[in-house]
Ligand binder design. Structure first.
Ligand code: DIG
Ligand code: MN
Ligand code: MN
Length: 388
C-alpha cells in the first residue's frame, strides 16, 4: 500500500513566508499568530520536508540591530542543523517596505534603485552563509499603475543593469549562485514588467551572464491569466532554464491565490509532476503557497502535508500512466507515422529538401488517420479519479 509519505529525497521545500502566512488580506487582518523560523523548521522537518527558503527580512526584520540579526541567523542555522533541513534558495524582499512603493530596480528614484542593489547584495551574502545556491528575483513592485510615470523601455534597461551588476557581484565574491527570475502579470493592481515566464526567457538572452540566469515559474502566476502551466514549464526545461519552481494552485481569472498544490488544477498539475519527474529536473520542489484564511495554527500543517502528499499521488499516477497498456497503446497509435517520411525530418540538407519535395503525400488518407484523444483523455481522467 503506497503511503505517499514525503522523504528528503523528494526535495520538498517551503518558504518561511508560506507556513508563516498569518492569513492577512486586503480586507482582513491576521487570523493566525506569527510563526518563528525555528518552529517552521521543526514542524516541516517532522512532516518530511527537505528544506526551507527565505527572504532576507523573513530571517532578520529590516530594522533588526546587527546583534539581533546575528542571533537570529545563528539560531536559524542551528535549527537547520538540529532538524536536518537545508536552505537551497534565498531571495530579497524588495517589495514590502514602503521605500519600494514605486519599484526597486526599476524605481524612478536612483537612490531607491541603489538601495535595492545594496539590500540584494547583503541578502545574497546571507543566502550563501546559510547554504543557498539558488537566488530568486521576484519583481513584486517592478511595474506601473500609471504608465505615464515610467518609460517601459527604460524599466527593462534598469532591470537588466541591476541583474548584470548582481551577476558580476556573485562572480566577484566567488559565489556559486544560479539566479532564477520569477514572473507575475500584476501585483496587486499595477501591471508588472516581465509578466510571464516567457517574457523572462526572452529577457535572459540579453543579459551579460545569461548562463547564470534561469527562471522560477509559479503555477498561479501563469494560470491567473489562463496559461497552461505544463506548457510553460516544458519550454523552460527545453531551454535548460528551469532553475527553480514555485508550486501552488490557482483558479482561472482570479488574483494570485497561492492555493495548496493540487487544490484546483488536477489534470494540469498531474502532467506537470509527470514532466518534472521524467525530465531529469533535479531542483527543489518548492511550495510557494499558504493555507486558507480560515485555518488555525495547526491547520497550517494540514496544508503543508497536503501539498507534498498530492505531489506524491500525482507522481504515482504518472508511473501508472506509463505502465497502463491501453493508454500506451493509444499513444503508440497516435504517434505512429509513415517510415518513408521519417527520413525527411532532421536538419536541412539539399538532399533532404529534394527528397521531401519528391514525396507524394496522400492528404486525404492523412486526414482520415484515427486520433483517439477522447479515449485517451477519458482513460487519463479515470486514472486520476482512481477507477483505473
Ligand atoms: C511570490 O510568489 C514570490 C515571493 O514569495 C518570493 O520572492 C518568491 C520566491 O518563491 N515568490
Ligand atoms: Mn503567488
Ligand atoms: Mn513565488
Amino acid at each position: 500500500m503506497k503511503t505517499y509519505m514525503p522523504t528528503k529525497d523528494d526535495k520538498f521545500t517551503f518558504g518561511l513566508w508560506t507556513v508563516g502566512n498569518r492569513g492577512r488580506d486586503p480586507f482582513g487582518d491576521a487570523v493566525r499568530p506569527a510563526l518563528s523560523p525555528i518552529d517552521a523548521v521543526k514542524r516541516l522537518s517532522a512532516l518530511g520536508a527537505y528544506g526551507v527558503n527565505f527572504h532576507d527580512d523573513d530571517l532578520a526584520p529590516i530594522d533588526a540591530t546587527p546583534t539581533e540579526r546575528a542571533r537570529l541567523i545563528r539560531e536559524f542555522k542551528t535549527a537547520l542543523s538540529d532538524y536536518g533541513l537545508c536552505a537551497p534558495m534565498a531571495t530579497t524582499n524588495l517589495f514590502y517596505d514602503p521605500v519600494f512603493r514605486d519599484g526597486a530596480f526599476t524605481a524612478n528614484d536612483a537612490s531607491v534603485r541603489a538601495y535595492a542593489l545594496q539590500k540584494a547584495m547583503k541578502a545574497m551574502d546571507l543566502g550563501v552563509e546559510v547554504g543557498a545556491q539558488i537566488y530568486v528575483f521576484w519583481g513584486g513592485r517592478e511595474g506601473a499603475e500609471v504608465d505615464a510615470g515610467k518609460d517601459a523601455v527604460t524599466a527593462v534597461k534598469r532591470f537588466r543593469d541591476a541583474l548584470n551588476f548582481l551577476c558580476e557581484y556573485s562572480r566577484d565574491q566567488g559565489y556559486d549562485y544560479r539566479f532564477a527570475l520569477e514572473a507575475k502579470p500584476n501585483e496587486p493592481r499595477g501591471d508588472l514588467y516581465f509578466p510571464t515566464t516567457g517574457s523572462y526567457l526572452g529577457f535572459i538572452a540579453t543579459l551579460d551572464h545569461k548562463e547564470m540566469v534561469g527562471v522560477n515559474p509559479e503555477v498561479g502566476h501563469e494560470q491567473m491569466i489562463g496559461l497552461n502551466f505544463y506548457h510553460v514549464v516544458a519550454q523552460a526545461i527545453e531551454a535548460g532554464k528551469l532553475f527553480h519552481i514555485d508550486l501552488n494552485d490557482q483558479k482561472f481569472l482570479r488574483f494570485d491565490q497561492d492555493l495548496r498544490f493540487g487544490a484546483e488544477s488536477i489534470k494540469t498539475l498531474f502532467f506537470l509532476v509527470k514532466l518534472l519527474e521524467e525530465s531529469g529536473y533535479s531542483g527543489p520542489r518548492h511550495f510557494d503557497a499558504h493555507c486558507y484564511r480560515t485555518e488555525d495554527a495547526e491547520g497550517v500543517w494540514d496544508f503543508a502535508a497536503g501539498c507534498m502528499r498530492t505531489y506524491l499521488i500525482f507522481k504515482e499516477k504518472a508511473r501508472r500512466f506509463n505502465e497502463d497498456p491501453e493508454i500506451q497503446s493509444l499513444l503508440s497509435e497516435i504517434s505512429a507515422g509513415d517510415p518513408a517520411v521519417a527520413d525527411c525530418s532532421g536538419p536541412y540538407s539539399r538532399a533532404r529538401a529534394q527528397m521531401l519535395r519528391g514525396v507524394a503525400f496522400d492528404r486525404a488518407a492523412l486526414a482520415r488517420k484515427r486520433l483517439p484523444y477522447e479515449r485517451l483523455d477519458q482513460l487519463t481522467i479515470e486514472l486520476l479519479l482512481g477507477v483505473r
